[in-house]
Ligand binder design. Structure first.
Ligand code: SAM
Length: 340
């Protein structure tokens, strides 16, 4: 029973979340209809509203790291997430003495792990104040405030001088940018010459057919339920990296695994997983939504909570199906270098 979740929602949304989720859905539909003409201005409010609404749900279902991972048999989801974080840090060659930016740091789960793994200092950049408040508390609890700093700003306009970071990374966050050159250009500006940028991108694969109504519906559901205005194809990402000046070292879809593996979307389906994974699964999500309906009716949860859960469920179901069809990946790995 998500009682802890409903209490948190109540504390954070005393006026109720119903107007906010309706406003969010309205903004998504308007932005899509208008052809995203005012993307730059719209995206900030749109993303912020989305993360105000969903952060408690994410933490309830996913823990402190809000991302997928390459999964292998015999390893827990949390361990796979950590391995995914370590992989990025390892590829960037992070180590003590380095100063690194995490663009779109969420509540700081990945950056705290990357600090522990590498010994680097990491600055978490996030436009969402509620997530940053949570991230600061988690950094304090982990006794990592000397290595973890936070910046409340848009990752398109980071409040730091040019060439002030040894490395920059982003985990499933740059998908929220209105377009790739804007955010990659900012990463490029922040990096010292010779410094590297790495990220996990949400991408449409070459199996995605722009004429197929089912593919288009799945993409729209992922966008609406995932706080995104659009999802790019892999070559668009590669091209954007080059267009801002990066030398591309590697780009590849980590969802395509060799050796023993479990599909990345399996936690959203649920079969064969442990009880610890229940909240992410189809049945767990349905329990959460139905419980919230009851808790809303007895005024324990704020009105609109179940609607937020439904919007997230739409996204989760679409991601699972898009993953099964191989038309979408949340782990298109990019690794690029700013020339000396
Ligand atoms: C899916 S979450 C991933 C969070 C984190 N990287 C993790 O893996 O746990 C996306 C994050 O990007 C942040 N974000 C989205 N757009 C942003 C922007 N324009 N500026 C700064 N942060 C942004 C959101 O607030 C959220 O924290």
């Amino acid at each position: 029973m998500p009682v802890r979740l409903s209490n948190t929602l109540k504390d954070n949304s005393p006026a109720g979340v119903d107007p906010a989720i309706r406003d969010y859905e309205h903004r998504y539909r308007t932005a899509k209809r208008s052809g995203l003409e005012d993307r730059d201005n719209d995206h900030r409010e749109f993303t912020n509203l989305y993360y105000d609404l969903v952060t408690d749900f994410y933490e309830y279902g996913w823990g402190r790291s809000f991302h997928f991972a390459q999964l292998v048999p015999g390893e827990s989801f949390e361990t796979s997430q950590k391995r995914h974080e370590h992989f990025l840090a390892h590829r960037l060659g992070l180590g003590p003495g380095m100063i690194v930016a995490d663009l779109g740091c969420g509540i700081g789960g990945p950056m705290l792990e990357i600090i522990r793994f590498s010994g680097a200092r990491v600055v978490g950049v996030n436009s969402n104040a509620y997530q940053l408040e949570r991230a600061r508390k988690l950094a304090e609890a982990a006794e990592l405030t000397h290595s973890a700093q936070f910046m409340h700003c848009d990752f398109l306009n980071v409040d730091s001088p040019d060439e002030s970071f040894d490395a920059v990374y982003a985990i499933e966050a740059t998908c929220c940018a209105p377009d790739k050159p804007s955010v990659y250009g900012e990463a490029f500006r922040l990096l010292k010459p010779g410094g590297c940028f790495a990220a996990y991108e949400f991408c449409l694969t070459d199996r995605f057919d722009i004429e197929d109504p089912q593919h288009l519906r799945l993409k729209a559901d992922i966008e609406l339920g995932g706080g995104l205005l659009d999802i790019d194809f892999e070559p668009t990402v590669d091209e954007a990296l080059r267009s801002v000046g990066f030398e591309v070292l590697e780009t590849r879809d980590l969802a395509i695994q060799t050796g023993p593996s479990i599909p990345w979307y399996q936690p959203l389906v649920g079969s064969g997983l442990s009880m610890a994974s229940l909240r992410k699964s189809r049945i767990g999500r349905s329990i959460t939504r139905n419980s919230l309906r009851v808790l809303e009716a007895v005024r324990v949860a704020p009105a609109g909570s179940a609607r937020v859960a439904e919007t997230l469920n739409l996204c989760a179901a679409a991601m699972a199906e898009a993953g099964r069809l191989g038309i979408f990946t949340p782990m298109y790995f990019i690794h690029a270098r700013k020339p000396e």
